[in-house]
Design a protein around this ligand. Structure first.
Ligand SMILES: NC(=O)c1ccc[n+]([C@@H]2O[C@H](COP(=O)([O-])OP(=O)(O)OC[C@H]3O[C@@H](n4cnc5c(N)ncnc54)[C@H](O)[C@@H]3O)[C@@H](O)[C@H]2O)c1
Length: 398
């Protein structure tokens, strides 16, 4: 009976997983190396916006749910799930240091029959080539004595419709017994499980999903510039095109991509492709188009004001996505930096983020030369801007 679960990394992926698995009857130990995160959770404060403080308190009030910074003492786990970050390093290539570190810790608790699952996004081959050797060498077990699975997470923070339970889950494993064990584990709290024939298929499917989004978001952003130039509404064009009942999928313009997935995962794919001599022109171009979007809006601001020198500009919304406070890889950082390079005095308003890079959110008001709506949160009351000129990064007719 699989009952005792260790979850390494309690971020946007690991915390919802821990809570949902606990609700379905599993006993959970969450391990996160961030002392502040563990302290917050132990004080009943949620660290993920989709999860309320009450949910965290309720879970942690149970004897079968605890969160710690490290595993000290005797623990026995049936399933060990790894949900740690897989970012880029200074050279802009995959940084597997968190994954390797968490795998090394997990390996110490692997026993015959244990199931280890990687949920972190990785480039094709990482589970077999990097994770498996660490597990076998540290545990001293042969790879037939325990199970190894890869199951990418698809969580879309703040999505009101799709959540961990009703989003179909890809599951893959080193062998058939591992696959059966992983399917059994997830089936208790996830409605639909899709089995993949190999670890590499599931790893690559995750990279395809997010590269697909990157390419399409970039394309619609380029299209946005076209619509702006000819003076028609991009959103009306999208709405009209979307009336076609097949063969079209809507993507909307923005100031660019952000977060821990879309700007990073395609680079994992491109990195592996380059290593095996395959080109990734679509991905390379999409990244380039996206990086240019903040600069495009700097140019638009310049055209509006004649000069940016000493102009007071209010940037509204700095998170990478509306209605959440996540600023990881936000394209708004580049917008603000470039405006300042051009001599503008830049202030920002975002009451969901409040504090960022040593600066704080200013109130919405008309005491500026220009407002740029970078990330439109629902709570914003734009009437406070009165007659202030507005540059909207999501609509071509301003
Ligand atoms: N954020 C998303 O929407 C999303 C969606 C799908 C997949 N993913 C993937 O899931 C993985 C995790 O992403 P996330 O957004 O949850 O990251 P996150 O930064 O929100 O959380 C990761 C947590 O892991 C902790 N951590 C780091 N090293 C550790 C270690 N050695 N042991 C234990 N804990 C450790 C960090 O302190 C952090 O709290 C990444 O590979 C990401 O690409 C993320």
């Amino acid at each position: 009976m699989m009952n005792k679960i260790a979850i390494f990394g309690l971020g946007y992926v690991g915390l919802p997983l821990a809570i949902e698995a606990h609700k379905s009857g599993y006993s959970i130990v969450g391990i996160d190396t961030s002392l502040s995160k563990v302290s917050q959770l132990n004080s009943g404060i949620s660290t993920v916006e989709d999860i309320s403080d009450d949910t965290v308190s309720n879970s942690l009030s149970s004897d079968s749910f605890k969160v710690v910074t490290e595993l000290i003492g005797e623990y026995i786990f049936d399933v060990l799930v790894i949900c740690v970050p897989t970012p880029l390093n200074a050279e802009h290539t995959p940084d597997l240091s968190y994954l390797i570190s968490a795998t090394k810790t997990a390996a110490k608790f692997v026993r015959p029959g244990s199931l280890v699952i990687i949920e972190s996004t990785v480039e094709t081959g990482t589970t077999r080539e990097t994770v498996l050797p660490l597990l076998t060498s540290i545990s001293g077990l042969h790879d037939t004595s325990f199970f190894l699975a890869f199951s990418p997470e698809r969580v879309d923070p703040k999505n009101p419709l799709w959540n961990i339970r009703n989003t179909p889950k890809l599951v893959s494993a080193l062998n058939k017994d591992g696959l059966n064990a992983a399917v059994k584990f997830y089936s208790r709290f996830i409605d639909t499980i899709i089995e993949c024939s190999s670890l590499e298929v599931a790893e690559t499917a995750k990279l395809l999903e997010n590269s697909f989004r990157l390419v399409n978001i970039s394309f619609i952003n380029e299209f946005f510039i076209y619509c702006q130039k000819i003076g028609i509404s991009i959103n009306e064009v999208i709405h009209a095109a979307a009336s076609k009942p097949y063969g079209f999928m809507t993507f909307y313009p923005s100031i660019g991509i952000g977060g821990h997935c879309i700007p990073i995962d395609p680079i994992y794919l491109a990195n592996r492709a380059k290593n095996i001599g395959v080109s990734t022109d679509f991905i390379d171009l999409a990244i380039k188009v996206n990086h240019q979007m903040p600069l495009y809006f700097v140019k638009q601001a310049f055209l509006r004001l004649g000069t940016l020198s000493k102009k007071r500009i209010l940037v509204i919304g700095i998170s990478y996505k509306p209605n959440m406070s996540d600023t990881r890889e936000t394209p708004v950082a580049s917008l603000i930096r470039e405006l300042r390079i051009e001599g503008a005095e830049v202030f920002w308003h975002d009451d969901l983020v409040e504090a960022w890079n040593g600066e704080t959110s200013v109130p919405l008001s008309d005491e500026y030369d220009l407002a740029i709506i970078a990330t439109p949160h629902d709570y914003l009351d734009l009437t406070k801007l009165r007659d202030l000129p507005i540059l909207n990064t999501r609509e071509s007719i301003q």
